[in-house]
Write a protein that binds this ligand. Structure first.
Ligand code: THG
Length: 367
């Protein structure tokens, strides 16, 4: 159909050569990089994550490093979640907001040291934001992008594979905790995390010249367990209700609307960006909420109807932000951002040019 024109604006992932060699055949854009999204057999890629183990190039989850005496202060100013008890080698999922309480990114924050943090970001430029906030507040902290590129190993057998590579200590890592180590002399940070609910790890490669080498080590260790290449899996993430910043959010979405309220602490210091707005929204109650939509019909619907209007009795109540054919549920399921007046169990119509779909709202996650 078309190809992607190479450009020095599109930063290559250290795993780019390896993913092309594996047969990557579809890519999407994310943080001004390319993210492999398919190796040609979506169903096999899906079942590998559900039943086995899969490896993904997620170098697009770029790191914004905060370093210096005020790094911790800046982290707390940026993130409306209490970080005062966050330990070195611990990570936390945080909802970065602007001054109006609008979600601008949902990174994993990693505390590497008392004076060094990474924000492992979703698809928006937090480097500019962190830099501007640090300068405007007169903080003693340096913002940079370190040479760090995550490789995800996900699925029920991921722990076995990563333990074979790194040792049994990885089995004791708690969710979002991490440790720096070496694999065959390659510097990596190993974290128990990843964008799936099937369990797994992320190996943050800290030497971009060794991507193919690390890829091949993981591939070889995973061979006995049927490892194969995959992607931040769209179907699994809809089933599990994992948020896609920018995919499920618009330019006025706040964390309470998209089930991130549990990651917001209203008693963080008053100088945390957006906290005044978040306190007000929490008191008033959000106007929209994210629910699932269980769609009728027993065949996969064409997956081209994102952000379609969702209606109830002929009136628009919100939008469908994602949709997938669930192989486990054998039906089309979607994520919707709808008015709080719409409740689980309500029948809805999803409007699309090639035919409306009917369905029912439901609680998330699906599975
Ligand atoms: N790993 C790393 N960086 C990332 C992502 C990742 N940056 C971008 C993007 N993903 C950030 N978004 C998410 C969304 C959800 C989760 C992690 C990152 C996640 N959520 C679980 C949930 O919602 O159930 C658990 C959260 C919790 O219990 O604290 O894991 O994947 N490095």
């Amino acid at each position: 159909m078309f190809s992607i024109t190479p450009s020095s604006r599109l930063r290559p992932s250290p795993f780019y050569a390896a993913t092309v060699a594996e047969g990557a055949c579809a890519m999407t854009s994310y943080n001004r990089m390319l993210l492999p999204t398919s190796y040609g057999d979506p169903e096999a890629e899906y079942w590998r994550i559900i039943n086995g183990v899969s490896m993904w190039d997620v170098a697009v989850q770029r790191q914004v490093q905060l370093r210096g005496p005020d790094a911790g202060r800046l982290a707390q100013i940026l993130a409306p979640r209490d970080l005062s008890k966050c330990k070195v080698e611990q990570g936390k999922y945080v909802a970065l907001c602007n001054h109006d309480g609008v979600l601008i990114n949902d990174p994993v924050l990693l505390k590497l040291d008392e004076d060094r943090y990474w924000l492992s970001i979703a698809d928006s430029n937090i480097w500019f934001w962190a830099e501007a906030v640090a300068r405007e507040r007169g903080l003693d902290v340096e913002i940079s992008e370190p040479d760090v590129s995550p490789l995800a190993v996900q699925g029920p057998l991921a722990e076995t594979v990563v333990a074979d590579i790194c040792g049994d200590w990885v089995r004791d890592l708690k969710y979002f905790w991490f440790r720096e180590t070496e694999i065959n002399g390659i510097p990596v940070t190993v974290a128990r995390s990843g964008w799936s609910k099937q369990g797994g790890f992320e190996l943050y490669l800290m030497d971009g010249s060794r991507g193919t080498e690390l890829w091949n080590i993981v591939k070889e260790a995973g061979q006995p367990h049927g490892i194969g290449p995959g992607n931040p899996n769209w179907v699994e993430r809809v089933e599990s209700g994992l948020l896609s910043y920018g995919g499920d959010t618009d330019d006025r979405t706040n964390p309470f609307e998209v089930r991130m309220g549990k990651y917001v602490d209203l008693d963080v210091p008053d100088d945390t960006i957006g906290i005044a707005a978040l306190r007000r929204i929490a008191a008033e109650g959000p106007k929209r909420h994210q629910l699932g939509v269980m769609l009728d019909g027993g065949a996969p619907a064409k997956a081209d109807f994102f952000w379609r209007d969702v209606e109830q009795e002929g009136a628009k109540i919100g939008v469908l932000t994602a949709c997938a054919w669930s192989w486990r549920m054998q039906r089309n399921i979607g994520l919707a951002l709808v008015s709080v007046s719409a409740r689980p169990g309500d029948p809805v119509v999803v409007r699309r040019p090639d035919g409306d779909l009917t369905g029912k709202l439901c609680e998330l996650p699906f599975l």
